[in-house]
Design a protein around this ligand. Sequence first.
Ligand SMILES: [Zn+2]
Length: 136
Amino acid sequence: MTEMERKLQRTESKRAAPSRNTDAALLARCAQLSARYLDRSALPVSVRWVPPMRTRWASCTPVDKTIRVSERLRQVPAWVLDYVLVHELAHLRVAGHDAEFWELVRRYPKTERAIGYLEGLSAAAGWGISELDAED
Ligand SMILES: [Zn+2]
């Protein structure tokens, strides 16, 4: 391993700090993202990591304001996970995927890049996940 590779590896492990991998960290991140992009209007009661789901990355139940995030997303870059959280937070306000919904989600500037990242990840891993979520 070269010195440069070692340096990169250290940076990577720092970025994937274990603190983000708890349910409490997800909830705290949701509060930050809601304040930044959604006028604090969307706050879940709970956000939990759940075992990989077959057809989706995450899900949201607006009626009890709960969000579940697939453990397959534990390893993605923070900006991709942020997109997933903003998407699910927006569902607390708008249930479906209509124009009003996407207007909210696209306040998060890396939305299109994150969608592309997730499509590529699913294709590369052979998971066949074509949509972020489905309504409960
Ligand atoms: Zn959705």
